[in-house]
Structure formats: C-alpha cells, structure tokens
Design a protein around this ligand. Structure first.
Ligand code: TZP
Ligand code: MG
Length: 228
C-alpha cells in the first residue's frame, strides 16, 4: 500500500531563527507559544549549529510540533530530517536536488524549494516538489539575500507558473502582520492564483510575545481565505 501524503496547512509557516530571539526568551518556549498562536507549519532553520546541535534542536522542536499536530520540516539537511523522522525538508537552489532527496526520504515526505524566478518554479514543479517558497517579497534583515526583491507584483508570474499544478505556494521575506494582507491581496489580484500561506521569521521569532505575533498573522490569513 502506498502511504498517502500528510495534508499540510501552509497558512502560517514559521521558519525558525534562534539568533533573533529577544534577550532571555527560551527557544522552545517561543516555538510552543507561536504554535499556540496559530502557526500551522514549522521549518527548523539552523545556519550556525553543528550537526550535533542541529539534531538536538530538531528533536526537541519535533516533540513540541507533534504535541500540537503541526508538521515539521528541516531546512537544507535531508540527513537530519531522516534522523529525527521529520515530515520533510525545505531545499534551496544550491542544496540537494529534489529528485535525490525524494529517493532518500519516505514517500510521504513533504519537499519544498525556494524559488526566485519563473524558471526556478518550472523546474521545481517538474522535479515534483510539494510547495515552493517564493520571493523575496521585501527586504529583510534576517537573511543576506542572494536574489533581488520581487515585491508583491513580482509574485504574479511565479504564481502563474504554478497554474494547472497542485503545487502549493508560500511567500517569504519581510512579511509582518502590518503587510500580510497586502501580500495576500496583491498576489491574488495579479493573476487570480492565491498564495497558500505566508512564511515568517522575525515578526514572530523576534517578538517577546510570539503567541500574539502569530495570532495576528494567522487571523489575517484565515480571514483572507474565508473571504469570497
Ligand atoms: N529565505 C528567504 S528570506 C528569508 C529566508 C529564510 C528570511 C525571511 O525572514 P523575515 O524575518 O520573515 O523577513
Ligand atoms: Mg538551503
């Protein structure tokens, strides 16, 4: 029997960033509060940890995510996803190719890829990704960007390249409660294809109140999805 894929709600996709935690805020406590506030999907992103530390963080994060039935993906590292039994991976353009990751991971694994151009999106679709992370929508302090900001208007062609597929899309970079609705509306008004969710780091992680930070954005996405 072929196991079916996990059904994922991409509405509020938290990408972690331990470096951004406010002074004195515990990482796991912040993660749990953000999930209680409405995060629907978590990606563990560890750019400075060594393998041992990454494993430990990923395992502890998974325990919390499982408690709330929120899927957990691992950034970059297919080996760590396998080792902790994560639900999938998020890969960048220079990481392990999707088809190779697919061979290594269980058939149920969710694989997402960062896409900055229409060519990236087309290739990712061909390679069988489950979702694409598109952008960067706006400037951000969280990551040194290696491709130009596309703005809300720039999301249009990237979404259009997904027409006729069931590949999901989230946007990333600079997304906050103050611009979330603009991002959702702008993207849909251009080509009619909606984003499935928003990926957020600092607006939640850098907050002293991640519960309410997440709640604000989750509420905006839910209201947008419920509107005709
Ligand atoms: N990939 C592209 S931009 C980015 C990542 C991981 C960081 C986005 O962070 P923020 O704080 O939500 O702008
Ligand atoms: Mg990467």
């Amino acid at each position: 029997m072929v196991e079916s894929k996990l059904s994922v709600d991409y509405s509020l996709y938290l990408v972690t960033g331990r470096d951004l935690l406010p002074n004195g805020k515990d990482y796991l406590e912040s993660l749990e509060e953000s999930i209680q506030g409405g995060v629907t999907l978590v990606q563990i992103r560890e750019k400075h940890a060594d393998t041992g530390e990454f494993l430990q963080i990923a395992r502890a994060s998974k325990e919390i995510c499982r408690r709330y039935n929120v899927p957990i993906l691992i950034n970059d590292r297919v080996d760590i996803a396998l080792a902790i039994g994560a639900d999938g991976v998020h890969l960048g353009q220079t990481d392990m190719p999707v088809d190779v990751a697919r061979k290594l991971l269980p058939s149920t694994a969710i694989i997402g890829m960062t896409c900055n151009t229409v060519e990236h999106v087309k290739k990712a679709v061909e390679d069988g990704v489950d979702y694409v992370g598109i952008g960067p929508v706006w400037a951000t302090q969280t990551k040194k960007l290696t491709s130009p900001v596309v703005g809300v208007r720039g999301l249009g062609p990237l979404l259009e390249a997904l027409e006729g597929t069931d590949v999901k899309a989230v946007s990333i970079a600079g997304i906050k409660s103050t611009n979330a609705l603009h991002c959702l509306h702008g993207a849909v008004s251009i080509y009619g294809r909606s984003l499935d969710g928003l990926a957020v780091v600092s607006d939640i992680v850098a907050s002293t109140d991640p519960y309410n930070a997440a709640k604000k954005i989750a509420g905006i996405v839910q209201a947008f999805k419920a509107s005709p």
